[in-house]
Design a protein around this ligand. Structure first.
Ligand code: AHR
Length: 680
């Protein structure tokens, strides 16, 4: 071995890291800046990637009402099974008739596959329910088995139950099934008494242990992950889903309320967008509807932000003639006004009454309404006007959110902003799925996108509408995956959101959910299969910001390396000469803490020295660090859900000079995001 060479290389690396200049920053802890909006850092829900049915909505049966265009999609049938269409639920008229097989050894049965199978856990309770009747009168038994078809023996029955159906009237029957093993691909088999015809409709299976224990509830682990973010706002139900594939398949909130059995099916806007599923079966049962969304917001303590259709279809996919004509907008406007009444109106108002009947007589206190998703140009601007006029006239307290379209820059984006200013929208919803250069604000990013990076919002007009960064994610290396590096760049970019909290009052990463076997868009914040879930690094970035958003911005600056005199102070936003450092700071008046966030996007550890101006004496800072020593392409997964997660720690703040000025000295690890909390 050439020891001289090795020693030389070692010496070089040591000297490289030790000569790294210490970056001095000043935080003005006494001068409280703009208030940070309580709505800052939230969640954006859209039923994409099997986010609702097959995801957050805990129903395990797919096509429970036999309303898919292929009525038996998701089902296997055997024996004398027929489809009827004069069922008890007007908007879901189909049901299934199970006739006697006519032979002791023959069976009449139906078996549901769930969403990529059904995830069930040993010893837990599952509530089976069905609407049924015996059309010829008398009684009949329905047998229900949870099965593992891969097991070639009687052992394939993992759990069973039965219900006794009586009489010619439709009634709801339930039984509890307790599977004896944990399995992610269970099927639900329902079979009839061999002597009597039985009609079945709305066949359903839910875990009893849903989030908050609700019968029409949400998958507990996924809802808990939402609560754990401590979001400020929750935008729903999408995204492009608001517009649908075409006008017929747009999201219509009125179809999503009332008894679940009578909520009509909708073809999901993302039905045709899989590259690997040629016979898609992506529909919306609307079991997770607007009432449930409002309830979830209440549960996770954030502001609901519904987005409604502005009488337009997706402009990417449809010609302009597909929009509602200007003189045909009233039903769409009524949808907005009626929604506000549904959410906030008295329990004896027309729509408030439905909310009350659904179990929530108190208002939901909705304050925000998005009108239109990613719409652009004149067709949008002219349609939006009568909506704004109608909402302002009847509900002046509601804050209206318009959109600047699908791009984060360019002619249409500018035009959108001008129009939103002219129409006095309260907020403008901006979307940016962009690469690394945008998030870091590199030279390449500026050339390609113009105003980007953590300085983006520093130059925004403070007199117009506020910004809602409604959909964004770093789509890195053309890979579009949740690898560590992209999440770190999101953290870097977000220092700019935080510093500009006077103009940016909401920000939501997108999309939120993805089923590992049913996704069509990535990256996403939370992934799952039928039994397990994992939080991505981007999730942790969002959570670190949301849980540490503070109440007021604090000025955090450093000397401008480009200023020869060394007098000019600039924000720390990855500018040339700052070695990829990004930083921001807030004060939390509820805890009395100064919170500093530092993102080091360079490949070297960086020494920093932060003067906490206005604070004296030694202190300990609590830290939370997101760091990864492996490949920057690494990510969390179902197998390794906790591979990369924030780690708590501590750092010492010294007292220096005569005035005993508090100074935080630290070495921020290469490619890391660290936050510091210092009690004032
Ligand atoms: O988040 C996925 C999609 O991206 C949304 O539906 C749409 O608004 C945007 O184009």
């Amino acid at each position: 071995m050439n020891y001289k060479l090795v020693f030389g290389a070692l010496a070089l690396s040591v000297s490289l890291s030790t000569t790294q200049a210490q970056r001095v920053m000043d935080v003005q802890t006494k001068k409280l800046g703009a208030a940070v909006s309580p709505t800052m850092y939230g969640l954006f829900f859209e039923d994409i990637n099997y986010a609702a049915d097959g995801g957050l909505y805990a129903e395990l049966v797919k096509n429970r009402s036999f309303e898919f265009p292929n009525a038996f999609a998701g089902w296997e049938i055997s024996g004398k099974v027929s489809l009827k269409d004069d069922g008890p639920f007007e908007r879901n008229p189909h049901y299934v008739r199970l006739a006697p097989s006519g032979h002791r050894d023959k069976h009449t049965m139906i078996e549901n596959h769930g969403f990529f199978g059904m995830g069930v856990k040993a010893g837990e309770e599952y509530r089976f329910s069905v609407w049924a009747r015996v059309p010829d009168g008398g009684t009949a038994k329905l047998y229900i088995d949870l099965v593992d078809n891969a097991t070639m023996s009687d052992d394939q029955k993992m759990g069973s139950g039965n219900v006794e159906v009586s009489g010619k009237e439709w009634k709801k029957y339930t039984t509890i099934i307790k599977p004896k093993k944990t399995f992610g691909r269970a099927h639900l088999r329902v079979w009839g008494d061999s002597k009597v015809t039985t009609d079945v409709e709305h066949v359903s299976l839910f875990p009893v242990d849903t989030y908050k224990g609700r019968e029409n509830g949400l998958r507990k682990d996924l809802a808990q992950a939402l609560e754990d973010v401590h979001p400020g706002v929750f935008r729903f139900p999408g995204g492009c889903i608001v517009e649908g594939t075409d006008m017929a398949t747009r999201y219509q909130w009125k179809n999503t309320i009332g008894p679940v059995e009578n909520r009509p099916l909708n073809e999901n806007r993302w039905h045709y967008t899989f590259t690997h599923r040629y016979f898609p079966d992506y529909y919306q049962s609307y079991g997770l509807g607007f009432f449930e969304f409002f309830q979830l917001c209440e549960d996770i303590k954030c502001e609901p932000l519904p987005v409604l259709n502005v009488g337009m279809v997706c402009q990417f996919q449809n010609g302009k003639d597909a929009h509602a004509a200007m003189d045909a907008l009233q039903p769409f406007i009524d949808d907005c006004l009626d929604l506000i009444e549904f959410a906030n109106g008295p329990a004896d108002s027309k729509w408030g009454k439905i909310r009350a009947e659904m179990g929530h007589p108190e208002p939901f206190n909705m304050k925000y309404l998005g009108i239109g998703n990613e719409q652009w140009d004149t067709p949008y601007f002219e349609r939006l006007k009568p909506f704004v006029a109608a909402v302002r006239a009847k509900y002046p307290e509601i804050k209206i959110i318009g959109t600047s379209g699908p791009d984060s820059e360019g002619k249409m984006f500018e035009k959108g902003w001008e129009a939103m200013k002219a129409q006095k929208a309260d907020l403008v919803d901006e979307h940016f799925y962009r690469n690394e250069s945008f998030f870091l604000g590199t030279k390449e990013g500026k050339e390609r996108y113009g105003n980007c990076g953590a300085l983006r919002y520093d130059s925004y007009d403070r007199k117009g509408p506020k910004v809602f960064a409604g959909e964004y994610a770093c789509h890195g290396k053309g890979k579009k995956w949740n690898h560590y590096e992209t999440s770190l760049y999101e953290a870097a970019f977000m220092t700019g959101i935080e510093r500009n909290a006077d103009i940016v009052t909401m920000a939501t990463y997108a999309p939120l959910f993805a089923h590992v076997e049913g996704w069509q868009w990535r990256p996403d914040m939370i992934w799952y299969d039928n039994l397990k879930m994992f939080r991505t690094v981007s999730y942790y970035v969002q959570q670190m910001y949301a849980m540490n958003k503070g109440t007021n911005v604090l000025s955090l600056t450093t000397k401008d390396p480009a200023d020869a005199k060394g007098k000019k102070q600039i924000p720390v936003a990855g500018q040339e000469g700052l070695d990829g450092l990004f930083a921001s700071s807030v004060f939390d008046s509820t805890t009395g803490e100064v919170i500093i966030k530092v993102v080091n996007t360079s490949k070297q550890e960086q020494p920093i020295s932060v003067n906490l101006l206005g604070m004296t004496g030694e202190r300990m800072a609590e830290t939370l660090t997101l760091q990864h020593n492996g490949s920057m392409d690494d990510e969390n997964s179902i197998k390794e859900p906790n591979k990369i997660a924030p780690v708590p720690g501590a750092a010492r703040c010294e007292a220096t000079g005569k005035k005993q000025q508090t100074v935080l000295n630290d070495r921020v690890p290469a490619m890391s995001f660290r936050l510091y909390k210092i009690k004032k």
